[in-house]
Ligand binder design. Structure first.
Ligand code: HEC
Length: 120
């Protein structure tokens, strides 16, 4: 598993050319996936990032980079944003906005599906 990830990491690194690919590299290199998920799906208190508005994501990242956060929870983001260049943020937000799952080529599905009939 670890090896597979390393391999994916290498592959994604070598074919970097589009903003999407470059953004993906920045995302992997900075360990963003450890909180926001490999599929940008988020977990616990970490928001999902897939297919979210580029302008807003960029605004938030630049604020974190300037060490501005609204609460203690968000403080966590500051060290991860500090080293990002404007170009990194540009590429990252393109990656997030355009994100498609590699396997299915589908965008993140944030619709809520009810399983069963609600418990009868
Ligand atoms: C240690 C866990 C952690 C890591 C690693 C991390 N984040 Fe975050 N991220 C957070 C938390 C916590 C928040 C704030 C959630 C909130 O507003 O309550 C956040 C918020 C964000 C937001 C704003 C989302 C929103 O809804 O306002 C963006 C964009 C973001 N992170 C991108 C990144 C990127 C890009 C990286 C890698 C450079 C990264 N994060 C790494 C925990 C993390």
């Amino acid at each position: 598993m670890r090896f597979l990830f390393f391999l994916l990491f290498l592959i994604s690194f070598t074919k970097a050319s589009t903003p999407y690919e470059l953004g993906k590299n920045v995302y992997l290199k900075n360990g963003c996936f450890s909180c926001h998920g490999r599929d940008l799906e988020g977990m616990h208190n970490y928001p999902y990032l897939a297919n979210r508005a580029k302008g807003y994501m960029s605004y938030k990242l630049k604020r974190f980079r300037s060490k501005i956060s609204e609460n203690q929870q968000q403080d966590m983001m500051i060290p991860f944003a500090l080293n990002l260049s404007d170009e990194d943020i540009e590429n990252l937000t393109t990656y997030m906005y355009e994100f498609v799952k590699e396997e299915s080529k589908k965008k993140y599905d944030d619709k809520f599906y009810r399983e069963g009939d609600g418990g009868s």
